[in-house]
Design a protein around this ligand. Structure first.
Ligand SMILES: [Mg+2]
Length: 223
C-alpha cells in the first residue's frame, strides 16, 4: 500500500486567507483583543497558533479558552470562505481522481488544521470526499505530533496492508518536510504556498515541483 499524506493550505487549496481571517476575527471579538499580534501561520498547527496568540496577549492557555477560540473560528470559517476568492490549486482535482483510480493507494491528510476546519475548507472546495483519514492540528502544538497521528490513522485505515517504507508527505513548507523526516516518510514539496522553490530546496525534499499541474510527473514521482 502506497500512503500519501497531503497538507491542505498552499498544497491542495488556497483559501485567500479565509482561515486566518476567521481565526483572528474570533480572537478579536470573543476575547476582546482589538489588535491581535501577528503570529506565523504557515506550516503551523491550529493548536500551536492558539498557544502563540494566547501567549502574546497573556491569556491563559486553558482548555476552556482553547475551546472558545475553536468554536469562534469554526463558526466564522464558512462565512469567510466565500468572501476570499480562494481556489483549488492547479492539477489537484485531476491528481486526486487519478490516484483514486489506482489500486493500493491510500489518500489521507497531514494538516495543522482542526479536524472540523479541514472538513469545512475541503467540503467548500468539493475535495473532502477524497480523504479517508488524517492527522490534524486539534491537539498537537507541533507539526511532528500531527505526523505521528497521521501515520497511526493510515495504519488503522490500511488494516494490515500499511507499508512504512512507502509513505509520502506532500506539502508546501519547510515544516512539512521536517515533519515527514520524523516519520521516515519521503517528501514531495510543492511551491504553491508562501515558500518559493529555492527556499524549499534548502530543506532537501525528495521531489520538488513548482505545482501539481502535471499529473503524470506527480504520479511517477510518488511511487
Ligand atoms: Mg501548507
Amino acid at each position: 500500500m502506497l500512503t500519501l499524506l497531503f497538507d491542505i493550505d498552499g498544497t491542495l487549496i488556497n483559501t485567500g486567507g479565509a482561515g486566518g481571517a476567521a481565526l483572528i476575527e474570533a480572537f478579536r471579538e470573543d476575547f476582546g483583543i482589538d489588535n491581535p499580534a501577528k503570529v506565523p501561520f504557515s506550516g503551523r498547527t491550529d493548536r500551536g497558533i492558539g498557544t502563540n496568540l494566547f501567549a502574546q496577549h497573556e491569556i491563559d492557555d486553558s482548555p476552556d479558552n482553547w475551546q472558545r477560540l475553536c468554536d469562534g473560528y469554526l463558526a466564522r470559517l464558512p462565512v469567510h470562505l466565500p468572501k476570499r476568492g480562494g481556489r483549488v490549486l492547479d492539477g489537484v482535482l485531476r491528481l486526486l481522481e487519478r490516484l483514486e483510480s489506482q489500486e493500493s493507494v491510500a489518500i489521507g491528510l497531514l494538516t495543522g488544521n482542526l479536524r472540523d476546519g479541514a472538513r469545512i475548507k475541503l467540503s467548500y472546495f468539493g475535495l473532502f470526499e477524497h480523504f479517508a483519514f488524517g492527522g490534524y492540528g486539534d491537539k498537537h502544538r507541533d507539526r511532528n505530533g500531527v505526523a505521528g497521528e497521521a501515520v497511526a490513522a493510515a495504519r488503522q485505515h490500511a488494516d494490515g496492508s500499511f507499508d512504512s517504507q512507502r509513505v509520502w508527505v506532500i506539502g508546501d513548507t519547510p515544516l512539512d518536510i521536517s515533519c515527514a523526516r520524523m516519520i521516515n516518510a519521503k517528501v514531495l514539496a510543492v511551491a504553491t504556498g508562501m515558500h518559493p522553490a529555492g527556499e524549499l530546496a534548502d530543506s532537501h525534499p525528495d521531489v520538488l515541483l513548482e505545482d501539481l499541474s502535471d499529473t503524470d510527473v506527480v504520479i511517477n514521482a510518488l511511487s
